[in-house]
Structures are given as structure tokens and as C-alpha cells.
Design a protein around this ligand. Structure first.
Ligand code: HEC
Ligand code: HEC
Ligand code: HEC
Ligand code: HEC
Ligand code: HEC
Length: 322
């Protein structure tokens, strides 16, 4: 009996064990299906959250930035071909005149759509009449008129220049430098303090004066240079920073106009005020960088959190039930 019972018991346990094994297998399958689904859902949510969170915050910036960027003249196409450029770059033209057109094409003016007729007048739409006086053609300015020729657009600079030692001497004796002496005429590039160098500034007087001016400009120039780099970094990350760009560039333009007074002590006097104004813009940019860093860290944190949760769920699903 005892044996019977024992064998029965054994049989019983055998049976139940198999049954349990089968049911565990089936149950496990069910459970892993459910878990799989839950897991997939979590991962999907996690994925969407990670993708959307920083993107959503940047989306409005990006859109605005693109709108703004594409409307900038230097972002669009180059100046459309016109009669002046057509003819002045053709074989009809003597080589040294063709070179002028090439130089202009590589200039900052060309990038900003300042074309031949904007400086020389005339009608770029009508090849036959383009260089006629009736169409406003001015032609080549007399040397002593160059400051006004350029200054019709660069008004503040013209004013500072005319009141400066350089402007006064140029106007009275023709011995001072004019705009073209320092910037060129067709190959004009963005200005910076490297224009002040021994080669250019020792033609009429010792380099000492020029050096003093360069030193006075240096601090603010370095600051602006660093800020321009930061601005580019922001824009490269798709951040809309047009207000900062405008503020920086107008401050920069004002500061650089100051050079044309060639008054070293005036530049020194104004250094503090410009530094303060730049600091305000700089602070705003640094705040955006801080926010970006926070956003990045927060995404990483979310990623870790969800990955951790996923691991917990997987481990949990692997444990036998009971
Ligand atoms: C169909 C050809 C043609 C067209 C179009 C043309 N030019 Fe000229 N341009 C010339 C020639 C040829 C000269 C004379 C070169 C010489 O002196 O040998 C010249 C000379 C000039 C000069 C220097 C001499 C001067 O008379 O003052 C300027 C500046 C100038 N062109 C500007 C322009 C501008 C601006 C336009 C458009 C509004 C224009 N050109 C359109 C052919 C052309
Ligand atoms: C930013 C203003 C500006 C623009 C834009 C400009 N020029 Fe001039 N150009 C000048 C000045 C200033 C001079 C005279 C001083 C000099 O020769 O450097 C001049 C001189 C000339 C001369 C006479 C050169 C000589 O040796 O007699 C020609 C020709 C000329 N430009 C053609 C052109 C053509 C063609 C374009 C367009 C592709 C053009 N310029 C665009 C400012 C400009
Ligand atoms: C028709 C208007 C116009 C005329 C005329 C003109 N410019 Fe400009 N200039 C501009 C514009 C627009 C820009 C681009 C905006 C800017 O950078 O300030 C510019 C840019 C410049 C720059 C670079 C500024 C920077 O940001 O570093 C220099 C330098 C310059 N011009 C010098 C001259 C000289 C020299 C002349 C005369 C030979 C001249 N310009 C004539 C309109 C003009
Ligand atoms: C074409 C000649 C010429 C060139 C080139 C020239 N200068 Fe001058 N510079 C003058 C004249 C003329 C004066 C005023 C008369 C004087 O004080 O000797 C002057 C005066 C100065 C002064 C003193 C102004 C004052 O009011 O005390 C400074 C600073 C100066 N120049 C800087 C420069 C710099 C920087 C450069 C180069 C980017 C330069 N100059 C290039 C002719 C020139
Ligand atoms: C003695 C050399 C010299 C002369 C003359 C001169 N400039 Fe400049 N210009 C400079 C230097 C140097 C800078 C850069 C100053 C700086 O970086 O702070 C500059 C800057 C500029 C800028 C850039 C301002 C900005 O927005 O960033 C323009 C535009 C300009 N000059 C136009 C002119 C015009 C127009 C004239 C004639 C009326 C002229 N310059 C005469 C040397 C000169």
C-alpha cells in the first residue's frame, strides 16, 4: 500500500510536474507575449519622447531661423546676371576690366547684392543705354569725391572720416588716405583690425600712430570676434538668434565706424561703454548655451531612465512565476 501510494504519489508528482512544466511553458509564452507588447510600447514611447522632447523645443526656433536665414541676401542666390556684368565680363572687355568684375564677384558687396550700378549708376537692364548719363550713369568718381561716392551708403563712417585728421588732410591737400586706400574698390571684404598693418599704415607716417590705434581697438575687437563664433555655434545648432545677430552687428558697425575718427583717445573713452553693451548680448547667448546643455543632459537622463526601466522589465519577465 505504502509502495502503491508511493508510486502513485510519484506518478502524481510526475504528472503534475509535467503539467506544471507545460503550463509554465504556455503561461510563460503568454506572459512574454504580453510583456513583449508592454516592452515594445514602452520602448516606442521612450523613443518618441526622446525624439520629440528636444526637437519640439527647438522646432519653433528652427523654422523661424530657416525663414529668416533664407530671406537674408547672403543666403540666397548671387546677384542675377545684368547687362553691366554680362558685358564687363565678356571677351569684348579688355583683360584688366574683366579682372575688376571678377574681383567684385568675390567681394562682400557682391554677396550683399551691391552691384556695379549701385556704385557707378546707369541702367543694368538696358545694355544699349546702360552707360548713358540720362540713365544716371556716374562713371568713375574723381579721386577727391571718393568719400562721398562710398559715403552715400556708409553715412556714419563718412561723417567720422570727414571730421578726422585723415579726412581733413585728404580734402584739403589730397595727402590723406581715402576709403579706397584702405578698403580697395572692387575687392572689398568684411572689415577688421587686420586692415591696420605696417604695409598699409606706414606709407604716410610712422607705424607708432597706427599701433596705438590698433591697441585701443583690440579688446573690444577680440570680444566681438569670440561672440561672432558663439553666434555661429548657436546657429549651427538650429537656434534662432536673429535678434542677437542684429544687436551684435549693429554694435559692431557702430564700434568700427569709430576707427574712422582716427582719434585714439576717443576710442579708449568709448571702450567701456561698448564692452558693457556687448556683455548684455553675450549674457543672453550664454544663457541659451546653458539651456541647451540642460536640455541635452535631460534627454540623456530620460534615455537612461527608460533604458533602466526596460532592463528591469526584461529581467522581471525572465524570472519564473511564483
Ligand atoms: C555692351 C557692353 C557694356 C555694357 C552693357 C556696360 N559697359 Fe561699362 N564699359 C564698356 C566699355 C567697352 C567700356 C570702356 C572700356 C575702355 O575704356 O576701354 C566701359 C567702361 C566702363 C566704366 C569706366 C569708364 C567710364 O566711362 O567711366 C565704368 C565705371 C563702367 N563701364 C560701368 C558700367 C556699368 C555700371 C554698367 C551697367 C549699368 C555698364 N558699365 C554696362 C562696356 C559696357
Ligand atoms: C563699392 C562700389 C563699387 C562697385 C560695386 C563697383 N565699382 Fe567700379 N569703381 C569703384 C571705384 C571707387 C572706382 C575708382 C577707384 C578705383 O579705380 O579703384 C571704380 C572704377 C571702375 C572702373 C574704372 C577703372 C579704371 O582704371 O579706369 C571700371 C571700368 C569699373 N569700376 C567697373 C565696374 C564694374 C563693371 C562693376 C561691377 C562688376 C563695378 N565697377 C562695381 C567702385 C565700385
Ligand atoms: C549702394 C550702397 C553702397 C555703396 C555705394 C558702398 N557700399 Fe559698402 N556696403 C554696402 C552694403 C549694403 C554692405 C553690406 C552690409 C555691411 O556689411 O555693412 C557694405 C559693406 C561694406 C564693407 C564691409 C563692412 C563689414 O561688415 O565689415 C566695407 C569695408 C565697405 N562696404 C566699404 C565701401 C567702400 C570703400 C565703398 C566705396 C568704394 C562702398 N563701401 C560703397 C553698401 C554700399
Ligand atoms: C595716404 C597717407 C596715409 C595713410 C596710408 C595712413 N595715414 Fe594716418 N594720417 C595721415 C595724415 C595726413 C594724418 C594727419 C596729419 C598728421 O597729424 O600728421 C594722419 C594721422 C593719423 C593718426 C593721428 C590722428 C590724430 O588726430 O592725431 C592716426 C592714429 C593714424 N593716422 C592712423 C593710421 C592708420 C591706422 C593707418 C592705416 C590703416 C593710416 N593712418 C594710414 C595719412 C595717412
Ligand atoms: C586709414 C584706413 C581707412 C580709411 C581711410 C577708411 N577706412 Fe573704413 N575701416 C578701416 C578699418 C581699420 C576698419 C575696421 C575697424 C575695426 O575693426 O574696428 C574699417 C571699417 C570699415 C567698415 C566696416 C564697419 C562695419 O560695419 O563693420 C566700413 C563699412 C568702412 N570701413 C567703410 C569706409 C568708408 C566708406 C570709408 C571712406 C569714407 C572708409 N572706410 C575709410 C580703415 C579705413
Amino acid at each position: 500500500m505504502a509502495f502503491l501510494r508511493q508510486s502513485k504519489g510519484k506518478e502524481h508528482t510526475e504528472k503534475t510536474r509535467t503539467a506544471r512544466r507545460v503550463s509554465f511553458f504556455i503561461g510563460h509564452m503568454d506572459r512574454s507575449n504580453v510583456l513583449g507588447e508592454v516592452l515594445m510600447r514602452y520602448l516606442l514611447v521612450l523613443f518618441i519622447a526622446i525624439m520629440i522632447f528636444p526637437a519640439a523645443a527647438a522646432a519653433d526656433y528652427k523654422e523661424l531661423f530657416e525663414q529668416e536665414f533664407l530671406s537674408k541676401p547672403w543666403a540666397g542666390e548671387q546677384v542675377e546676371v545684368n547687362a553691366c556684368i554680362d558685358c564687363h565680363s565678356s571677351d569684348k572687355m579688355k583683360p584688366e576690366f574683366r579682372e575688376m568684375t571678377e574681383a567684385w564677384q568675390a567681394s562682400w558687396h557682391a554677396q550683399n547684392k551691391i552691384s556695379c550700378h549701385n556704385c557707378h549708376g546707369g541702367d543694368p537692364k538696358d545694355a544699349a543705354m546702360s552707360m548713358s548719363r540720362q540713365r544716371g550713369f556716374i562713371g568713375v568718381p574723381e579721386t577727391q569725391d571718393i568719400p562721398e561716392f562710398c559715403g552715400k551708403c556708409h553715412i556714419g563712417i563718412l561723417k567720422n572720416y570727414l571730421e578726422s585728421g585723415h579726412g581733413k588732410v585728404f580734402k584739403s591737400t589730397g595727402k590723406g588716405p581715402n576709403c579706397v586706400t584702405c578698403h580697395g574698390s572692387h575687392d572689398i571684404q568684411k572689415a577688421n583690425i587686420e586692415i591696420i598693418n605696417e604695409q598699409r599704415c606706414t606709407r604716410c607716417h610712422s607705424y607708432e600712430r597706427a599701433r596705438g590705434m590698433k591697441q585701443a581697438l583690440f579688446l573690444v575687437e577680440k570680444k566681438m570676434e569670440g561672440m561672432e563664433k558663439d553666434l555661429k555655434r548657436l546657429q549651427a545648432q538650429g537656434i534662432f538668434a536673429d535678434d542677437k545677430e542684429r544687436a551684435l552687428f549693429s554694435t559692431q558697425a557702430e564700434f568700427r565706424a569709430l576707427f574712422h575718427t582716427v582719434d585714439v583717445s576717443l576710442v579708449k573713452q568709448n571702450t567701456d561703454e561698448f564692452t558693457k553693451r556687448l556683455n548684455v548680448i553675450d549674457k543672453e547667448m550664454q544663457d541659451i548655451f546653458a539651456e541647451l546643455r540642460f536640455r541635452k543632459n535631460f534627454s540623456a537622463f530620460l534615455m537612461l531612465l527608460f533604458a533602466g526601466m526596460a532592463v528591469v522589465i526584461v529581467v522581471y519577465s525572465k524570472l519564473p512565476k511564483e
